[in-house]
Write a protein that binds this ligand. Structure first.
Ligand code: ATP
Length: 306
């Protein structure tokens, strides 16, 4: 019996390993899988990036017939500038990033990059031009170096270290027992949400995309972590056309343009100061978030920075 048990047990271990790897791959590609129905046009050409101006031209969009999610969404992100999108949950903010990455095609209107309709360019060239820092970063079961270098296959250790320094995660990596060779992911060292996001930032810095989508995590952060994200965002967005899906208004107060969405429409737009002056939905959201911060401060008198 024991002779049978050992190989069966061994097979069980292999089976679990394969299942785990597949689960990781599934998580990684689930984002890309969303767009199975999107194919390159037969005459698709590579996207030509000049300054990387992004233009949503009168875009309507529905995931399902009869339920419009975006209605006449029209805005431009000038080359090299940052636009932030805010609004209540379900307003359609993340849908904008999915359309820019062309997971779906618009129902009406067009998405243009430097004047080129993204339906007419190859998906490969489009996705090469765009870097995404998602809310929840998936790590490979591999070294932390591999996880960063994934942004640019073939990158040298020196490039990885430079990117990690810019993403403020180098010191943390150096403090690990195996440094850049430390295994991370499901079966290695578990990183916190903030650490994972910094790995994603380093990965994106290495990819060096002309356009950046930064999907801010919804989870509550203390002021210290919020400030850290703010400075990282500044670093990564510098001279890049950037779309930030924002949940904390304090992190995007210096964006060149803020779009306020409500039920699939842009209802307000402008700078932080102009929107506060307008005293509309943005000003209400700002006041509510400021009040919440004060409540947290009072609840945690020990945490002076909050
Ligand atoms: P949050 O701040 O909660 O992330 P959001 O403003 O980013 O919200 P979206 O994710 O863009 O909102 O979703 C807008 C609407 O589209 C929601 O009503 C949502 O239920 C719907 N929706 C999102 N993804 C799909 C999908 N794959 N299929 C059908 N409906 C969807």
């Amino acid at each position: 019996m024991i002779q049978l048990y050992i190989p069966l047990n061994f097979l069980g271990v292999i089976y679990r390993e394969i299942k785990q790897s597949m689960a990781d791959m599934e998580r990684l590609f689930s984002l890309l899988e969303e767009n199975r129905e999107i194919a390159d046009a037969p005459d698709a050409v590579p996207l030509q990036i000049r300054g990387a101006e992004v233009h949503f031209s009168h875009v309507d969009f529905a995931y399902e017939a009869n339920r419009k999610i975006l209605l006449d969404v029209d805005f431009t992100i000038a080359a090299g500038t940052t636009t932030a999108v805010v609004g209540h949950s379900g307003a359609g903010k993340s849908t904008l990033s999915r359309l820019l990455f062309r997971f779906y095609d618009v129902s009406a209107g067009a998405v243009l990059i430097d004047g080129q309709d993204i339906r007419h360019v190859t998906q490969h060239s489009l996705r090469q031009a765009i870097g995404i820092v998602p809310q929840d970063t998936v790590l490979f079961n591999d070294t932390i170096e591999y996880n960063i270098a994934y942004g640019r296959p073939g990158a040298q250790r020196a490039d990885v270290v430079a990117a990690a320094k810019s993403a403020y995660i180098h010191d943390f990596i150096e403090s690990l027992p195996d440094g850049y060779d430390t295994m991370v992911g499901e079966r290695g060292l578990k990183l916190s949400g903030g650490e994972k996001q910094r790995v994603a930032i380093a990965r994106t810095l290495l990819k060096h995309p002309a356009i950046l989508i930064f999907d801010e995590a919804t989870s509550a952060l203390d002021t210290h972590a919020e400030q850290a994200i703010q400075s990282q965002l500044k670093e990564i967005a510098r001279d890049r056309t950037t779309l930030v899906i924002a949940h904390r208004l304090s992190t995007i107060a210096d964006a060149a343009q803020i779009l306020v969405m409500d039920q699939g429409r842009i209802v307000e737009r402008g700078t932080h100061a102009a929107l506060l002056n307008a005293n509309g939905l943005y000003a209400q959201m700002w006041q509510r978030q400021q009040m919440q911060r004060h409540v947290v401060q009072e609840e945690e008198p020990g945490s002076g920075e909050l």
